[in-house]
Write a protein that binds this ligand. Sequence first.
Ligand code: ATP
Ligand code: MG
Length: 227
Amino acid sequence: MVELKKVSRSFTEGNTKHAVLKNFDLKIEKGEIIILLGKSGSGKSTLLNIISGIDIPDEGEVTIAGKDITKLSEKDRTLVRRNKIGFIFQFFNLIPTLTVRENLQLPLELTNSDNQEERINTILSEVGLPERADSYPDKLSGGEQQRIAVARALIHNPDIILADEPTGNLDYETGLQIVDLLDRVVKQKGKTMIMVTHSKDVMGLADRVYSLREGKLTETKKDSVIE
Ligand SMILES: Nc1ncnc2c1ncn2[C@@H]1O[C@H](COP(=O)(O)OP(=O)(O)OP(=O)(O)O)[C@@H](O)[C@H]1O
Ligand SMILES: [Mg+2]
């Protein structure tokens, strides 16, 4: 479902070249849930951006649902992302000039989905915010914005979910609601997910846990992870 082969990505600042991913391989089967650990700045968001086609590696292949997206035009890469991927961003990325309802409608419009109103109402109930459809994002708390960001990533029923710290800004109780939602909507429906998190409560969802360090991945035992 997701395969990276010999992927390298570095960023240049001034005269220094900083290698974030080095000759990087990763293979994730359909229905697998992978958790990604790693220190701040280790490249976790960079990796998710590459898998989603938001960013392109300097070298290597990124195969999503059978297509090497590094070989596609910008337009075709965008189509793969729209149709196949739901992205829960680390900093939400809700559109400030649109209401909650309109933010949720966007992925449905872009994929020509039917029953839009019903789907919006259902997902808002699932994230526990049924009464906030007409609010603008800046009127919501951080945790509420995060729940809307989760709803937006899931609403068009994508096969692959990329989640960058989806419970990072939530209190314990609300965090558990999101874990429960991801369990029902992602794990039980057999979706593929790659999630950056350090929360112990989320570890239970994972099939495998990896640590990203110095541009490489190592598999980590689930039980050895502490919060
Ligand atoms: N567009 C960019 N231009 C220059 N440097 C970048 C860019 N994106 C990321 N980097 C650098 O790449 C490194 C990895 O960044 P990344 O955002 O992937 O880290 P992260 O593991 O997600 O960290 P955090 O846990 O803090 O979110 C950082 O040193 C960052 O400065
Ligand atoms: Mg990050």
